[in-house]
Design a protein around this ligand. Structure first.
Ligand code: UTP
Length: 288
């Protein structure tokens, strides 16, 4: 079984729900208080053992400040150097997706540069239990745990998160037998949802992915191509789910209200800001 050395961060979407800001700044570069989403993802992928980072983008988006930051010196910044230069000594690759035809199509832009199994991260989703002060920043361990699951099972894997019945209609929902995925239902009504566990933006795809792109084409499956490929692995008994527990926070920079609550939730947990923000919110709410 090949080691997982490549990570693919998909960040080519149009971000229409985050307009107008996404017309100027990629939603994947928005800061969670003070650390851009992309920094969280690159450092998470590197903590999972990936030293080849693939960024899928579109010609309309610009990640050059992230990638060129490597040589910039900020003498007054006393925190971990990796926060200014998350790529560090890893190799990086930029791939362009010219038509936004969905997740599998975006990933396929990198597939000719990858030979083994690889990690996939949705570029606007942070999953983390770490809310330490900036001076003690720790990347999320979610991808590392997923890589371990792949090493134990040899199969494709996806992280899943309990979103509760009221939110199932927004996600790909799975039913499980142990940790094996038994069914996937895309955006079900709560009456027919097989569970409340949703795929949440972290996957290990296996080396047969390029071959499956031909078998489950975008022409036939459209944006659901990635679900058709996940179902292929599932039907072979080769799709495992890593269930995240409630210590993990799921933050999404793709929707204004969700991103607003993400910022507040994280700031309330950060030692530098929690007490001050709580006091400010109490005072502010008493005024209304
Ligand atoms: P989303 O569907 O949430 O992003 O994809 P979007 O298409 O940018 O959103 P809206 O609907 O226009 O607001 C989740 C992640 O997958 C990437 C996005 O950039 C985002 O980080 N993505 C999505 C691609 O790279 N290519 C695609 O074709 C679609």
């Amino acid at each position: 079984m090949g080691r997982v050395l490549d990570a693919v961060i998909v960040a080519a979407g149009m971000g229409t729900r985050m307009l107008p800001v996404s017309g100027y700044v990629a939603k994947e570069m928005l800061p969670l208080v003070d650390v851009p989403v992309m920094h969280h993802l690159i450092l998470e992928a590197r903590a999972a053992g990936c030293n080849r980072i693939h960024i899928i983008t579109s010609p309309a988006k610009d990640f050059s400040s992230l990638l060129e930051n490597s040589n910039t010196q900020f003498p007054s910044f006393s925190n971990d150097e990796s926060l200014l230069n998350p790529i560090g000594d890893a190799e990086y690759f930029v791939h362009y997706q010219h038509e936004q035809l969905g997740l599998a199509h975006a990933i396929s832009m990198a597939s000719s540069s990858i030979s083994g199994p690889f990690l996939v991260l949705l570029g606007d989703n942070i999953l983390t239990s770490n809310h330490a002060a900036l001076s003690s920043f720790e990347p999320s361990t979610v991808s590392k745990e997923l890589v371990s699951m792949h090493q134990e099972t040899g199969s494709a894997c996806g992280s899943v998160y309990d979103v509760g019945y009221d939110a199932v209609h927004q996600y790909g929902i799975v039913s499980l037998d142990g940790d094996r995925v038994q069914s996937i239902v895309e955006k079900p009504n709560k009456e027919v949802a097989p569970s409340t566990l949703a795929f949440c933006g972290r996957y290990i795809f296996t080396e047969d992915f390029p071959m499956l792109l031909d078998q489950y084409s975008t022409e036939e499956h459209g944006e659901l191509q990635s679900i058709a490929i996940l179902e292929h692995w599932m039907n072979e008994g080769n799709l495992h789910a890593h269930v995240l527990d409630s210590t993990v926070s799921w933050y999404d920079s793709g929707m204004p209200f969700v991103w607003l609550t993400s910022q507040i939730d994280h700031a309330l947990r950060r030692p530098e800001y929690g007490d001050q923000l709580t006091a400010w919110l109490r005072q502010r709410l008493n005024q209304s």
